[in-house]
Design a protein around this ligand. Structure first.
Ligand SMILES: *[C@@H]1O[C@H](CO)[C@@H](O)[C@H](O)[C@H]1NC(C)=O
Ligand SMILES: *[C@@H]1O[C@H](CO)[C@@H](O)[C@H](O)[C@H]1NC(C)=O
Ligand SMILES: *[C@@H]1O[C@H](CO)[C@@H](O)[C@H](O)[C@H]1NC(C)=O
Ligand SMILES: *[C@@H]1O[C@H](CO)[C@@H](O)[C@H](O)[C@H]1NC(C)=O
Length: 558
């Protein structure tokens, strides 16, 4: 112990050790007892360890990198000696090893990763997650038992490298193409429960909701079998649906805001998409539509769900959403606000699958994502067995109006190089969508598998991050008092995730691209005024509520 401490001490800068001495000199302890020396050394080690780890990415154990395939930037191999020295310190959780890289400045968000996982027992949020939780659903109802999860390391620190190795070797990989084995493995790992697919008329606050009003025809869908893209729209956005489905090729749950006279064109648009367009089979197979409207803005007539599609749409007529400006909407005429978070929550709550990608309908994912994601879940690598709750954010990009949407990361990188693509909202609100390690992400080459590239936190520069991610039903809802016009509509959810100590497992080969056309900042006086009001609402009402409901955590902000 002392020798390690001394070695580490020498490694520290003069400044640090001076600072340390100055703090302790006033205690006036001339007697340099062995005990004191040990104490000092151990404090020094702790500080050194924290600084050291703080400047590095922290995921996974060293043993699993064989199957990890480089999810951890590029720097994993070098540092065996230093890592073993650090393991001697009792501060370090055993299954974690830092991956040193001296050139990086230390990011606050990475320090917190360490602080959070090292002191898991004293964290209120961590206490809420049972130790046996392995994947995703850590706040949810149906948690897997420790024994049911293959390769579960259980309580922090109980793993040993021998069992780790064995786990990876004996059941690490799904043979590509072996759908049945993949299916079986994901099913047993998730242990999720099936959800209702009934058509229901519900009330939700001031809104009527027609849940599962028009259902996808995918037949029986088990909760572990896919991921549901959940989103919200009015009918003028439905031109996005087919391009989105061509890439997603999996279930979509859409909540349509259709007050007053918007109801009929909304229903007509759904019919049009199911009957009249190329790609309509995708719509029929995968798209489930919910309709909702304010209680003060009920349409003149609302067919029962079983009658909704009885009369077909005349396919010789143009699409109901073709060339309709948003000024034509009932919503605009009545000066209603768009209740974006009501829609988001309806779509999410109706999703049949365990995993959900809550997104905006103009954001198109790269093709093949669902299968690769489930394969990643099936591999159940070390980082997926971490105890903290997690979501899987996707990097987001915009492309030129005339550009095609890139299909894979390699193509995306080419577009980024020649300026056809840029990071999302770079010209509107860079820090709202800036993803930790985005430069490194963009530089890293595409790999065959999907993995976690980096584990970040919503702190430091990313404290206002509004990530879009694959999560589960267990994640906090979106605050339904916030409107699209008032902006900041995902901020409070982001804050809740931060307070609940969520980890953001950024995926390496997954991304979203906005419908072509790069956004620029436009002056909009009404929105500016509403945004001001929203900020007040958040500051005076919602934030104090969240502090009571979820507690506080250093480094988190709205
Ligand atoms: C590895 O696991 C297998 C069963 O999956 C077991 O028979 C074997 O003894 C284990 N090996 C070690 C080194 O733990
Ligand atoms: C469909 O619309 C076209 C164009 O308006 C019209 O000529 C045709 O008669 C309509 N068909 C039916 C069955 O209403
Ligand atoms: C779209 O609508 C505008 C005005 O409503 C009209 O001037 C324009 O010709 C329409 N465009 C097409 C392609 O129909
Ligand atoms: C990334 O891919 C490019 C083109 O295939 C190649 O030239 C480059 O060496 C690769 N970089 C790394 C770090 O593997």
């Amino acid at each position: 112990m002392p020798s390690i401490g001394c070695r580490l001490k020498q490694g520290l800068t003069m400044e640090t050790s001076k600072g340390y001495n100055m703090r302790f000199e006033p205690l006036g302890q001339k007697m340099f007892t062995r005990r004191n020396w040990l104490l000092r050394c151990s404090i020094l080690i702790n500080v050194a360890v924290l600084l050291y780890i703080g400047s590095h990415v922290m995921i996974g154990g060293g043993n699993n990198f064989t199957s990890g395939g480089g999810f951890l930037l590029q720097e994993q191999q070098q540092q065996q000696p230093a890592a073993s020295a650090l393991q001697a310190s009792s501060l370090l959780p055993q299954q974690q090893q830092p991956t040193p890289k001296n050139s990086e400045a230390s990011f606050a968000e990475e320090k917190l990763v360490v602080a959070g996982s090292g002191n898991a027992n004293s964290e209120p949020a961590a206490a809420a997650a049972p130790p046996s939780a392995t994947i995703g659903d850590s706040g949810g109802g149906n948690l897997p038992e420790a024994g049911q999860v293959v390769g579960n390391i259980g309580v922090v620190g109980s793993s040993s490298s021998a069992t780790e190795l064995n786990n990876t070797q004996s059941d690490g990989y799904i043979v590509t193409g072996d759908e049945k084995e993949l299916d079986e493995r994901v099913r047993s790992l998730l242990n999720c429960y099936e959800r209702d697919y009934d058509q229901q008329t519900l009330q939700r606050g001031d809104f009527w909701v027609l849940q599962n009003y028009v259902r996808a025809e995918h037949g029986e869908l088990k909760c572990h079998e896919s991921i549901t893209y959940t989103t919200h729209a009015d009918y003028t956005f439905l031109d996005n649906l087919v391009p989105l489905l061509e890439r997603w090729n999996a279930p979509i749950s859409i909540a349509m805001h259709a007050p007053g006279t918007d109801f009929q064109p909304t229903l007509d648009s759904i019919k049009y998409l199911r009957d009249c367009v190329p790609g309509n089979q995708l719509v029929r197979s995968f798209a489930t539509f919910h309709i909702y409207f304010g209680t003060k803005h009920i349409p003149k007539s609302v067919p029962k769900a079983q009658d909704a599609l009885k009369t077909g749409y005349n396919c010789s007529l143009p699409a109901p959403y073709f060339n309709v400006s948003s000024g034509h909407l009932y919503k605009a005429q009545k000066k209603l606000l768009y209740p974006v978070n009501v829609g988001r929550n309806i779509a999410r709550d109706s999703a049949l699958t365990h995993f959900i990608l809550a997104s905006d309908i103009e954001l198109y994912p790269n093709p093949g994502l669902v299968k690769k994601f489930l394969e990643m879940i099936a591999r159940n690598e070390q980082y997926l067995r971490r105890k903290a709750p997690r979501v899987f954010p996707l990097s987001i990009f915009e492309v030129d109006e005339n550009s095609p949407v890139p299909h894979d990361k390699t193509e995306l990188q080419e577009f980024l190089r020649n300026g056809k693509a840029i990071p999302f909202h770079k010209r509107v609100c860079a820090s709202c969508h800036g993803v930790p390690k985005s430069k490194e992400w963009m530089a890293a080459n595409e790999t065959d598998e999907l993995s976690v590239f980096h584990i970040g936190k919503r702190t430091g520069y990313y404290v206002h991050w509004e990530p879009i991610y694959i999560g589960t039903h267990a994640d906090p809802h979106y605050d339904e008092r916030l409107s699209w016009e008032g902006k900041s509509d995902k901020m409070t959810q982001g804050y809740s995730l931060c307070v609940l100590d969520y980890e953001f497992h950024i995926l390496d080969n997954a991304f979203l691209v906005h419908k072509p056309g790069i956004k620029v900042l436009k002056k909009d006086n009404r929105r500016a005024m509403l945004a001001g009001k929203t900020n007040q609402l958040i500051r005076k009402i919602i934030y104090p509520e969240l502090k009571i409901m979820y507690g506080m955590r250093k480094g988190c902000a709205i």
